[in-house]
Design a protein around this ligand. Structure first.
Ligand SMILES: *[C@@H]1O[C@H](CO)[C@@H](O)[C@H](O)[C@H]1NC(C)=O
Ligand SMILES: *[C@@H]1O[C@H](CO)[C@@H](O)[C@H](O)[C@H]1NC(C)=O
Ligand SMILES: *[C@@H]1O[C@H](CO)[C@@H](O)[C@H](O)[C@H]1NC(C)=O
Ligand SMILES: *[C@@H]1O[C@H](CO)[C@@H](O)[C@H](O)[C@H]1NC(C)=O
Ligand SMILES: *[C@@H]1O[C@H](CO)[C@@H](O)[C@H](O)[C@H]1NC(C)=O
Ligand SMILES: *[C@@H]1O[C@H](CO)[C@@H](O)[C@H](O)[C@H]1NC(C)=O
Ligand SMILES: *[C@@H]1O[C@H](CO)[C@@H](O)[C@H](O)[C@H]1NC(C)=O
Ligand SMILES: *[C@@H]1O[C@H](CO)[C@@H](O)[C@H](O)[C@H]1NC(C)=O
Ligand SMILES: *[C@@H]1O[C@H](CO)[C@@H](O)[C@H](O)[C@H]1NC(C)=O
Ligand SMILES: *[C@@H]1O[C@H](CO)[C@@H](O)[C@H](O)[C@H]1NC(C)=O
Length: 761
């Protein structure tokens, strides 16, 4: 999904990146050995000059699902702007960021700014030039050479654990070395008008004896949207240095207060300067959403005193290696391996940890609770395939992630839609229903299934407040939980969401139908037979209430039943994509659209007419529908075209926003040769594996999952498939078939094949 509001676009210039730009990590930062981690290129998908900031990924260091990610700050970030942009030439600090995606706001960042000479606290005055040639970029270690403003240079290195950033600055030929901690800045409200700012009020406290600078920052750029004010939200930090302070002070709105040990307010920072001749300064920055004390505890727990940067980086590299080394690829080029493993790297970042030390701050009731918590749920995107991927590669995380959603329900009254610390109401549908149902179906335990059913049942039966009078348009301010807006006005009686009452009505209709299906699956699992039948019925009826048989396309309707027009009521897609958007009833959709031959013809028109848009999620499953309509080989050709046109190992190598991993999940499943078209079916639809073989050591499985597709790089068509020696007649592999590992063998061909392709037979 894209941000609704966008900045004007500068002219495009092609940024082509080959292997890791810059240098290899110094020795000491390359252990443990991991070829998979070495293939990760954190610049892929940054977007650079791509129109509309596609990709939107930053080259940050942190372990998987980390609470705080650390990145060189090349510009001020806000909704639609990331803190690091490949086109920039200066670094203004190192930012501990919680911005989960380019179109979402930052929360409670803290910025560490090295310098030499006059202390410069103002963003515009503190930038230091750097070159990509000298950068080292890995998931666990980052390095840049900064040209200090008054001469000399500062070698800046960073790594991080989940809640602690670890930085090291080496001063060469500089005078008066210092490090500033920026607590608060001017916060940009939206993306249309960068002069529209607020001034969050923070605190700093300097303890020269303990060599600490602590503070707090309440910045939450999305605070204006969503139902949860979260008045007490703030981020806390404790920065502890290894070097004695020679002098210190605070900075407020650009004015330095030398010797001050505390301050509060806007545009606030605290600094420590070091004895002349100091060459190396090591600083660890513990971060918390609970308190300064907790930030200090996080620091002491995760990176105790005396830890060297090399040790921190090693532990973080080991955490990535533990995941990435589970996936082995044969027959891919170096460029393809970079694209692939960077996709895996992207797939294990969100949602991110919001709990610390067994406790978490909840913005729903503005209180601290016991338990695990996660935030950064772009569920409208992530229910499609990235959740499925995480169930395979990170199943140990799923119970905590589900418990976190259930806590949100308990504390705020609803499951999350797009949780960025709190609910933001962004996008439509209550797809947590799908996440939970898929986890239950796939035998994930460790959460209260009855509470989960209560929560999804509420989604499906209780409308939002003022359902008949609030449109719930995207990012609407001062409204309650959006959930299934339109549920009570029309959907529950007629089957469609009325376009003259609600925004995005066509998309809502189809999304709610899918969510109903998910609820019916969970009800069936729990032997709630009547509920299962009710929601199944509604899920099967609703989509076809907006199918206009006269045009052959889905079309939104007014409350009166009148058609609202072919372009009305869609979000992040159009009538072309949405007319294929009934993933839980594909057979019925094919029937409605005139049977298999006509359906395949409409798929051809969709692709040949340039209507497929991989940059937005409603298109993601569409090429796999060919196989379900008996034209597998046609789908295989499309999948290969989409993969090569939208994914590569460059700064621009993601054509759309990463969407918390969904863009990459499409590619990863593509490479495996199957995709979860209907996530709560447990089925994967067969496509075309990209490489000669992929082996995944699935956590907890009896044997590895080995997918052999010899010749696939140059032979896109599937001639036959066997699963554990059994020949596959239909293009569907079930989760149960692969959950414990096993072997899938694809016979590949250069020419279209008859397998699962009735129209060719
Ligand atoms: C970028 O955004 C503009 C304005 O919303 C839109 O018209 C244009 O199609 C977008 N470009 C791309 C490549 O998505
Ligand atoms: C990077 O900066 C360029 C130039 O200002 C801008 O066009 C582009 O959208 C930015 N990209 C991202 C991902 O913010
Ligand atoms: C530091 O400055 C001296 C004197 O200008 C110069 O000789 C030396 O090369 C510089 N060192 C570095 C590492 O730049
Ligand atoms: C600033 O942004 C906020 C949030 O989007 C908006 O409500 C307000 O009207 C804007 N103010 C101005 C002066 O544009
Ligand atoms: C910062 O200082 C400038 C110049 O003195 C002043 O105009 C501005 O209001 C101050 N900003 C804040 C947030 O205090
Ligand atoms: C649908 O409702 C809108 C808003 O009330 C109205 O402008 C439009 O004419 C209606 N369309 C039809 C076909 O009735
Ligand atoms: C549902 O009913 C079946 C058959 O009686 C039983 O085996 C199963 O354990 C029940 N499931 C649940 C979740 O109660
Ligand atoms: C679905 O419910 C409708 C009433 O809303 C009923 O007429 C229809 O028979 C039901 N269909 C099935 C398959 O149960
Ligand atoms: C890489 O992919 C992007 C789209 O994701 C595309 O715009 C660009 O041309 C591709 N670059 C290369 C070198 O293939
Ligand atoms: C879940 O566990 C049951 C019982 O062990 C097993 O029969 C079923 O195949 C499993 N389902 C999946 C999707 O792995």
């Amino acid at each position: 999904m894209y941000a609704r509001r966008r900045l004007l676009i500068s002219q495009t210039c092609l940024v082509v990146l080959t292997v890791l730009a810059g240098q290899s990590p110094p020795s000491g930062f390359q252990d443990p050995k991991s070829a998979a981690v070495d293939y990760v290129n954190p610049l892929i998908g940054n977007g650079g000059d791509t129109p509309n900031g596609s990709g939107g990924m930053i080259p940050s260091t942190a372990p998987p699902f980390a609470m705080t990610r650390w990145v060189a700050q090349t510009r001020q970030n806000y909704v639609s702007m990331t803190p690091y942009n490949y086109t920039d030439t200066s670094i203004h600090g190192f930012q501990g960021t919680h911005q989960p995606a380019i179109w979402m706001g930052e929360s409670a960042q803290v910025i560490v700014v090295p310098g030499a000479g006059t202390v410069r606290s103002v963003f515009e005055e503190r930038g230091m030039s750097f070159s990509h040639d000298n950068e080292v970029l890995t998931p666990s270690y980052y390095k840049a050479e900064l040209s200090a403003i008054e001469g000399g240079h500062i070698t800046s290195e960073q790594s991080a654990t989940s809640r602690v950033g670890h930085l090291r600055f080496t001063f060469t030929n500089t005078t008066a070395p210092y490090v500033l901690l920026e607590a608060t800045r001017a916060s940009i409200m939206g993306s249309d008008d960068t002069s529209n700012v607020t001034y969050p009020l923070g605190t700093v406290a300097i303890d020269p004896h303990a060599r600490e600078i602590a503070g707090s920052n309440p910045e939450r750029q999305d605070f204006i949207i969503g139902p949860n004010p979260a008045f007490n939200f703030r981020g806390f930090f404790v920065a502890r240095f290894d070097t004695p302070f020679a002098h210190w002070g605070t900075a407020a709105n650009g004015t330095l207060h030398a010797g001050a040990t505390s301050g509060s307010g806007a545009l606030l920072g605290g600094w420590a300067a070091f004895a002349e001749g100091t060459r190396v300064v090591d600083v660890r920055v513990g971060v918390s959403f609970i308190s300064v004390e907790q930030a200090r505890k996080n620091l002491d727990t995760e990176i105790p005193d005396g830890s060297r940067l090399e040790q921190t980086a090693r532990a973080t590299r080991a955490a990535w290696a533990e995941k990435l080394d589970r996936v082995k690829v044969e027959g891919a080029s170096e460029e393809q391996l970079e694209t692939f493993y960077t996709g895996v790297f992207h797939s294990l970042q969100y949602p991110y940890e919001q709990s610390e030390d067994g406790k978490y701050y909840s913005g729903y009731d503005d209180a601290v609770h016991e338990g695990d918590s996660y935030t950064g749920y772009s569920i409208w995107d992530t229910y499609r395939a990235i959740w499925t991927w995480q169930i395979l590669l990170a199943p140990e995380r799923i119970p905590g992630m589900v418990r976190s959603m259930l806590q949100d329900y308990t504390e705020g009254g609803w499951l999350p839609m797009w949780k960025n610390i709190v609910e933001t109401n962004i996008m439509v549908g209550t797809h947590a229903d799908s996440l939970i149902t898929e986890a239950v179906l796939k035998n994930i335990t460790g959460f209260d299934v009855d509470l989960a059913y209560e929560a999804v049942h509420k989604d499906a039966t209780v409308p939002p407040v003022d359902d008949s009078t609030i449109s719930y348009f995207d990012r609407e301010e001062n409204v309650g939980y959006e959930v299934r807006a339109g549920l009570s006005t029309m959907y529950d009686t007629k089957g469609w969401v009325a376009d003259d009452i609600h925004s995005e009505s066509g998309s809502r209709t189809l999304d709610y139908a899918y969510d109903d299906y998910a609820v019916s699956v969970l009800a069936r699992y729990l032997n709630k037979t009547a509920d299962a039948a009710f929601f199944l019925n509604r899920s099967m009826v609703a989509p076809f209430t907006i199918f206009n048989t006269d045009t052959g396309f889905m079309e939104a309707r007014n409350a009166s039943g009148a058609w609202a027009g072919p372009d009305a009521g869609w979000t992040e897609g159009d009538k072309w994509a949405y007319s294929f958007d009934v993933v839980h009833a594909v057979d019925e959709l094919i029937e409605a659209r005139g049977g298999k031959a006509k359906f395949v013809q409409s798929l051809d028109e969709h692709f040949d007419g340039g209507h497929n848009d991989q940059t937005n999620e409603p298109s993601h499953h569409i090429p796999y529908l060919y196989a379900l309509a008996g034209a597998a080989s046609k789908g295989q050709a499309r999948i290969r075209e989409i993969a090569s046109a939208n994914y590569n190992n460059t700064v621009d190598g993601l054509s759309g926003n990463e969407d918390c991993g969904q863009m990459s999940a499409w590619f990863l499943f593509g490479a495996l040769g199957f995709y979860p078209v209907n996530p709560v079916s447990g089925d994967y639809v067969v496509g075309t594996p990209f490489y000669d073989a992929i082996t995944i050591d699935l956590p907890g499985a009896k044997t590895p999952l080995r997918i052999v597709s010899t010749g696939a790089p140059t032979n896109p068509y599937v001639k036959s498939v066997t699963v554990d020696g059994e020949s596959l007649q239909t293009p569907v592999i079930t989760h149960a078939q692969i959950a414990q590992g096993g072997k899938i063998v694809f016979e590949m061909s250069a020419e279209p094949q008859a397998w699962a392709s009735e129209t060719l037979a």
